[in-house]
Design a protein. Structure first.
Lengths: 451, 89
């Protein structure tokens, strides 16, 4: 049983500290939709997604009402679309449009999976597919796209890295009237996971069941409030407090995930233990690091504090859920975190420090606006750096970067909603094109040979 | 199925009477009730049985929140499982 204090604590978490279920994401396999033509396949895709996810919005509202915890996003992830259209890759945008239409019909927030997995090599159809991504992101609203360009097991596909540098640039350019928002719906991964409920990188892996429900919890504000109660504690005690808090947050996620799966006739997939910030005051991962004792996020000590936070969240969360997966770690997007935005505006945090931070947390260089005239090869080189960190450290890393058209350092982009706003951050001006244009693969590291 | 009703706010006359009359009218049976007063603040926690309730939990929770607005208190109604999940190993 629970005590009165437990009840009041839970209510305070929701009312004052922004505890929420960040997303219920239904993963749907579309492999059964493949037909001889793109038109038929697109129709099947639309019908199947609308059928399988028809109750997701209502169910989320019911669960939210019954448990008294907000469920912020309702999403769908699907089989990587490149696999559906290997026979007609130039017509992949038809499938993209069908998915975006389905998302609109369902009233969900985002749909992920306009994706390709090219970590070892780029097949001809995948090359064509990747080139369709910018136009598709510019002409759809809710569709998200991701490409896996490397893995610990297979190394880094540098041709795909180069293609992705160009894709970010073009996706931003084609949406220049909206600060390049197209690029905010695109992710380049190393070691992408198949059960990620978070956007923009969610897709439904081929190793998954037909229909699953994955849930992403959140609650940076809850962790920060817990730490505020022990301002003099040493870091051992602080880590313990984070663990205990993560346990409670995750248990809420586990409960909602299992109940949602039951009501939606789907398999319970995983709970993703990520601490995902929002631009709201008090819902910031950066402010947790500052509460731990770094004056401004980005200062020396930030990486150490983040490493501790990330690890403690996992330890508390793993104990709380029967199936943990997805990205599971602290997110450090710049535009979506008020503490990060402020640090970036002050110049306290730089791209180099963010890159260092991604060595110890999920997931990568996330929602960072850079000057619009940054060359595609420089963006590709940033992707290569991040992929190298993921490959060597056996972890997922990602890049979601927005080369804001017509803007430069000192300007700002604003996407609104959960995507937030961000000052343009400086990029190193030296030329990386010779490295990128070499192509080929960065071979898998020696520690990948475990068989 | 049981739910937890939590009423918080500045202490004033007749809160318990109003909330329990409302719940009774909706078919929610109060099984346990406890209250604490901290200075001028009031917190009441009730465990209610919903098996004969006239509406679903989500809907009744919304009505409770509306009643709270009318009487100047915050009223939350939640499935008991959320507290069991979060506060028990």
């Amino acid at each position: 049983m629970f005590s009165n204090n437990d009840v009041l604590e839970t209510i305070a978490m929701v009312q004052e500290e922004h505890l929420d279920i960040r997303t219920i994401t239904m993963g749907i396999s579309l492999l059964g939709c493949i037909r001889d033509s793109a038109e038929e396949t697109a129709q099947r895709v639309y019908d199947l997604v609308c059928k399988k996810a028809e109750n997701i919005v209502r169910t989320a509202a019911d669960l939210s009402g019954e448990y008294g915890i907000p469920i912020v996003n309702k999403r769908v992830s699907v089989t990587p679309v490149s696999l559906l259209c290997a026979a007609f890759p130039e017509k992949a945008p038809l499938i993209g449009k069908a998915l975006d239409d389905a998302a609109a019909t369902l009233g969900i927030d985002f749909l992920g999976g306009y994706s390709a997995l090219v970590h070892k090599a780029t097949a001809d159809y995948e090359r064509v597919f990747i080139r369709t991504i910018p136009e598709v992101l510019a002409s759809t609203k809710r569709l998200c796209s991701s490409v896996n360009v490397g893995s610990t097991k297979s190394g880094i596909n540098m041709e795909a890295v180069k293609l992705m540098g160009e894709a970010f640039k073009e996706a931003a350019f084609l949406t220049k009237d909206a600060d390049g928002i197209g690029a905010a719906k695109l992710v380049a991964f190393c070691n992408a996971v198949e059960d990620n409920p978070f956007m923009a990188g969610a897709f439904h892996g081929v190793g998954e069941a037909d229909v699953v429900v994955n849930v992403g919890v959140s609650g940076p504000g809850v962790v920060k409030s817990a730490l505020e109660k022990i301002p003099e504690a040493d870091l051992t005690e602080a880590a313990e407090m984070i663990k205990r808090t993560a346990f409670k947050i995750t248990r809420a996620g586990q409960l909602v995930a299992k109940e949602a799966a039951k009501r939606l006739n789907a398999q319970f997939g995983i709970v993703d233990l990520s601490l995902a910030p929002t631009p709201a005051m008090g819902d910031s991962v950066a402010q947790i690091l500052e509460e731990l004792g770094v004056e401004t996020v980005g200062g020396h000590g930030t990486t150490a504090a983040l490493a501790m936070l990330n690890d403690a969240v996992k330890k508390g969360g793993v104990m709380a859920s029967s199936r943990v997966g997805g990205l599971s770690g602290a997110f450090i997007p710049v535009s979506e975190d008020i503490g990060m935005i402020r640090a970036a505006e002050k110049g306290a945090i730089t791209l180099d420090k963010l890159e260092a931070m991604t060595c110890v947390c999920s997931v990568g260089l996330d929602m960072i606006a850079i000057p619009g005239d940054t060359p595609a090869t420089t963006i590709a080189a940033m992707i290569a750096d991040e992929a190298a960190i993921g490959m060597i450290n056996n972890k997922t890393t990602a890049v979601r970067i927005i080369p804001a058209p017509g803007k430069t350092v000192g300007d700002q982009v604003s996407f609104g909603g959960l995507l937030g706003r961000a000052p343009i951050m400086a990029v190193h001006n030296c030329d990386s094109s010779r490295l990128i244009n070499r192509g080929g693969n960065i071979p898998a590291p020696i520690h990948s040979f475990k068989n | 199925m049981r739910a937890v009703v939590t009423v918080t706010g500045k202490d004033k006359k007749g809160i318990i009477a109003k909330v329990s009359a409302f719940l009774s009218e909706k078919g929610a049976n109060i099984e346990d009730i406890s209250q604490t007063i901290l200075g001028e603040y009031f917190a009441m926690i009730m465990i209610v049985d919903m098996s004969e309730a006239k509406m679903g939990l989500a809907e009744l929770a919304q009505e409770c929140a509306d009643l709270g607005k009318q009487i100047g208190m915050s009223i939350y109604m939640q499935h008991e499982d959320i507290f069991n999940a979060m506060h028990n190993v």
